[in-house]
Design a protein around this ligand. Structure first.
Ligand code: FAD
Ligand code: NAD
Length: 505
């Protein structure tokens, strides 16, 4: 039986710059051919993060006999346990604290002394995490996914050894296996992480007191989000970034504006600066030796806590890939074809451990698609419309191409911009920093990219994703009714600015 190939951008294409074409065919027979086992499962998923647990639930919903192996003792992966969820809990509560302290008076709300109770704030974060991870366990039960708490290791392409947390060893047999083992923080030669003073994001979400001085290495998503958290709670935060811009590759015009806004909030930046090494100083602090990225002007900065946030790397330790002869590429990723097959046809791979953006929603989409493909259906992910969000205040969100990329590609384009300072709701809320930038193809008016910096940008980007998913033009959006008074009207105005002229400016 043959399946159609997705007409959208395949993941393998995204990775074309780093792997040679795999030999696994795109059109194949269905995995049900593996019928020699009698007591085997249809699917075993290794890793219970957003990629793995979603794949397992979807597969079970499709009628496949499914098990999921997770070794951390809780489901939800990096995202629920030490990533998206705890960081958003700290971002939300530190924002409320900061706003209560600095902003409420001007709104006619007098409060007494505003005092930070960090242990309670950390507890609230932990409560959010445990509630959500237990919720996934409930979903497993509801959907008949067998949950194996332990570390999975390939014995051969159909058998996985599971070493439970109590040391018991068992073996699972499956027709299909999905690897969804995720990623861990990248380290740095010359810097020893102790998760107390020199921390990754995991340690930075557990600090038991507000550091007086904090140095953040890397002005990417984690550096800006967690740098903001501790700055709002009272730390003096300096972010050291190798590149000349913040925001790890966002549209350069938005990055400049974002840099200005965060600097005004009190974050300090040392751009174009590379970190050489750290040392523990006699005064109990950490010394961070840095120099200009192009070389020269070395200096040593001091801090109570250093956050290392220079990216994440795929995680395959202890997985026994050597037993199934799967090789990782030079960045540690497991190579796959356009239907998530590794070099072994019945073993597929999704999420952070393979190609593409390291984002929870990207892993989730792949989880659904891979389950559908294993079931012989047509699963696909549109990699051209995966949104990115930085949950600072204001938030920054984008989808599609940046203006820099479009310029480079030579496509002729229209660009429309609309500031939140002209949007009635943003002005009324006293939350009017930022703007929306929309870019469309000059000839067809089809939207190529949307970049939003402003209140609720992370929610608003969903409209851009949907519009792009359906191939909308900026005119389509400018002729669509948006409720008044809402922040979303700024989105319509940006579309009007792209297509012809905005009205309210
Ligand atoms: P993971 O979530 O890493 O899950 C993999 C799981 O596999 C882990 O639980 C691991 O214990 C398990 N595992 C590994 N090996 C084995 C084995 N041999 N046997 C059994 N189990 C194994 N993304 C967003 O989209 N939005 C955000 O706001 C966001 N915020 C983030 C904040 C922080 C601080 C961090 C660090 C990341 C954030 N991310 C965010 C990224 C997001 O967490 C990841 O992209 C996402 O979790 C990837 O999902 P995954 O399923 O591929 O892997
Ligand atoms: P990142 O790739 O976003 O940013 C890393 C930054 O560190 C880059 O700007 C890079 O230039 C800089 N850098 C690298 N080496 C350096 C050096 N030696 N000195 C100074 N700067 C250096 O990585 P991250 O912030 O660690 O985040 C990791 C992943 O987690 C990302 O892929 C991101 O997608 C995901 N994440 C997403 C969210 C979200 O969606 N809101 C939040 C947190 C994390």
């Amino acid at each position: 039986m043959l399946r159609l190939i997705s007409s959208r951008t395949p993941l393998a294409q995204i990775a074309s710059h780093n792997t040679k074409k795999l030999s696994a065919p795109v059109l194949t027979t269905l995995p049900r051919l593996y019928s020699t086992f009698t007591d085997e499962l249809d699917l075993v998923v290794i890793g219970g993060g957003p990629g793995g647990y979603v794949a397992a639930i979807k597969a079970a919903q499709l009628g496949l006999k499914t098990a999921c192996i997770e070794k951390r003792g809780a489901l939800g992966g990096t995202c629920s346990n030490v990533g998206c969820i705890p960081s958003k809990a700290m971002l939300n509560n530190s924002h409320i604290y900061h706003q209560t302290k600095h902003d409420l008076k001007a709104r006619g709300i007098d409060v007494g002394d505003v005092v930070l109770n960090l242990p309670v704030m950390l507890k609230a974060k932990d409560k959010a995490v445990s509630g959500l991870t237990k919720g996934i366990e409930f979903l497993f039960k509801k959907n008949n996914v067998a949950y194996h708490k332990g570390a999975g290791k390939f014995l051969n392409p159909h058998e996985i050894e599971v070493t439970g947390q109590d040391g018991t060893v068992s073996t699972l047999k499956a027709k299909n296996i999905v690897i969804a083992t995720g990623s861990v923080a990248s380290g740095f030669p010359g810097i020893e992480i102790d998760e107390k003073q020199i921390v990754t994001s995991t340690g930075a979400l557990e600090l038991q007191q507000v550091p007086k001085k904090m140095l953040v290495i890397g002005a990417g998503v984690i550096g800006l989000e967690l740098g903001s958290v501790w700055q709002r709670l009272g730390a003096e935060v300096t972010v050291v970034e190798y590149l000349d811009a913040i925001g790890a590759g966002m549209d350069s015009e938005m990055a400049k504006a974002f840099h200005r806004i965060l600097s005004k909030q009190g974050l300090k930046f040392k751009l174009g600066t590379k970190v050489l090494e750290t040392e523990k100083l006699a005064n109990g602090r950490v010394g961070l030796k840095v120099e200009e990225s192009k070389g020269g002007n070395a200096e040593t900065l001091e801090a109570d806590v250093v956050l290392v946030s220079i990216g994440r790397k795929p995680y395959t330790e202890g997985l026994g890939l050597e037993n199934v002869k799967i090789q990782v590429d030079k960045r540690g990723r497991i190579p796959i074809d356009s239907e998530y097959r590794t070099s072994v046809a019945n073993i597929r791979c999704i999420g952070d451990v393979t190609y593409g953006a390291m984002l929870a929603h990207k892993a989730e989409e792949e989880g659904i698609a891979v389950a559908e493909l294993i079931n012989g259906e047509h699963g696909h992910v549109n990699y051209d419309t995966i949104p990115s969000v930085i949950y600072t205040h204001p938030e920054v969100a984008w989808c599609g191409k940046s203006e820099d990329e479009i310029k480079k590609s030579g496509i002729e384009y229209n660009v429309g911009k609309y500031p939140f300072s002209a949007n009635p709701r943003a002005r009324t809320n006293g939350d009017q920093e930022g703007m929306i930038k929309m870019i469309s193809d000059k000839e067809t008016d089809r939207i190529l990219g949307v970049h939003i910096m402003g209140p609720n940008a992370g929610e608003m980007i969903a409209e851009a994703v949907l519009a792009m998913e359906y191939g909308a033009s900026s005119e389509d959006i400018s002729r669509t009714t948006h409720a008044h008074p809402t922040l979303a009207e700024a989105f319509k105005e940006a579309a009007m600015a792209t297509h012809s002229k905005p009205l309210h400016i």
